[in-house]
Design a protein around this ligand. Sequence first.
Ligand SMILES: [Zn+2]
Length: 257
Amino acid sequence: MKSVLQKIWQALPAEIRMEIVLCGFLLVIFGIIQIPSLFAHPLVLSHPPEKAWQQIPISEKEIIHGDTSKKQVIFTFDAGGSDASAQEILQVLAKHHVTGTFFMTGKFIEANPQTVKDIVAAGSEVFNHTYDHPYLTTLDEASITDELSKMNATLKATADIESGPLFRPPYGDIDSRVIAAAYKAGYEAVYWTVDARDWMEPSVTADEVKSNILSNISPGTIYLMHVGDSITGSILDEVFTDIEAKGYKIVSLTQGL
Ligand SMILES: [Zn+2]
């Protein structure tokens, strides 16, 4: 008994049968070559793999210091204005083998794209400082989400990475409503332990900033410094050297939590 398919097959002219066999053969070859390579290389080839600091778990709270059980401190650099101290900061981080931690605004990224690329290329951790540096407690939930996502999109467009899931409220202006809105948007708030007051330049001297940092040191301290003033770049090497001489290690934010 011949099946219907066999009858149809035998009724076909020899050259058509030949073409069908050839097509089937080519499909099998294509499958053998292509399918494993699709599995070996994910389809999103243009995006680099996520970095460890972009994948840290977050919770609905506010971070104000790192791990206080370890003799180490964290330096964070907010970037919202000029990039005056950026290159000195990067040089000092490299010299002392420290991974940098930066909180950037979207507007800073737009104004200083090459500096941002240098910071990313140096392997620094980059977190969210909103797009436009507003007082977040004055904004509704949709606007808070918008500020955070717009900064993230700007960073992605400029440096092809996303910000980590941490953010610092501009001016430290935050309340439980902002913390909850940001958490819903995928971000955990980071305040600081010690404000170095470098941002008060020129009504503060480099020596005052330096002694403010060194006299307030304790395990787990998160220091707030800024990229936009010139004091930070001028004293950072001495500050790191003095801190290391006290037996402290300087670590990035996610290394020190
Ligand atoms: Zn700021």
